[in-house]
Design a protein around this ligand. Sequence first.
Ligand code: SF4
Length: 344
Amino acid sequence: MPPKHRRAVRRKLLLWYEKNRRDLPWRRTLDPYAIWISETMLQQTRVSVVIPYYEKFLQEFPTVDALARARLQRVLRHWSGLGYYRRAEQLHRAARQISQRHEGALPGDLAALRALPGIGDYTAGALLSIAFGRAYPAIDGNARRVIGRMIGSFDGRKLRRTAQELVPAARPGAFNQALMELGATVCTPRNPRCENCAVRSLCAGSGRAAAPARREIQVTSVVWPLAIIRRGGKILLRRREAGGMLGGLWELPGGELNGEASIPALLRGVLRDLGAPLPRPRKLGAVRHAITHRRIVAPTYLFELAAENTLTLPRARWRWVDLRRLGAHATSSMTAKACRLLSP
Ligand code: SF4
């Protein structure tokens, strides 16, 4: 893109952004920590979903040091519902490293940021430009689409070079956010509104924009029966192994139904180690849940135990949990939904 065009793109985009930007909570601060939390939450999650989580999270963990001192379970509990729990784990680990190595302040240079768990090129660029006022590009899916359409190419190297050339030394954070905002609200994947676009006179794709074809994502349907074992006001939860998917979260016992197995056979297998015969279950209903590329239906069964019925819990990662205190445990979203079937 010739320098004259670059200057015009910057000017038009910044003007448009000043008039049209959405008023979002993380745009009212320059605190690198708060911006880091918002950028991490916003990855693959909608703005409207993130806002209440962001505000609550910052109330609970107002600084890097507060996050670093917190137990992982507490952090996961406040993340519960956002999905991608690995991000919360990485956030927590990164906070500990920042606390130990950088005196609790996010570093303002690329290499130090990239060395932290969970901080990739995009997050580093967003932090450096928005929080530290440094001229680094921040290329998320929206910025990529806008630049690709403007230059008429989605070649990765060309896109990155153009993004680097475009980002101005003055107000780099506002410029990067303007690009992303234009992609989110005007230059949308389908039916971009070119007639209302601030950069239409400089855009190769104006009026005929197309993003590169997306790979078809295979969605798998899964049946995952769940057991609620209740005794008095408590239910039995087990904790997922650390490190794997949803690692460390508490969940209802259950599992994926595969092959020829029936639901009763699967639940008998899952509950075999509990050391006592269980009563006949009652079906409460089914919950639906989507996680990455899986659409899950979870038929949920209630096993009501008498007060004197003792079970031998097989491992430390099983626990009786008072239903009124369920919210104090970091549970998977599917478990939280299934437990709501118990409500009158
Ligand atoms: Fe996107 Fe159209 Fe604007 Fe080009 S003119 S950036 S294709 S909305």
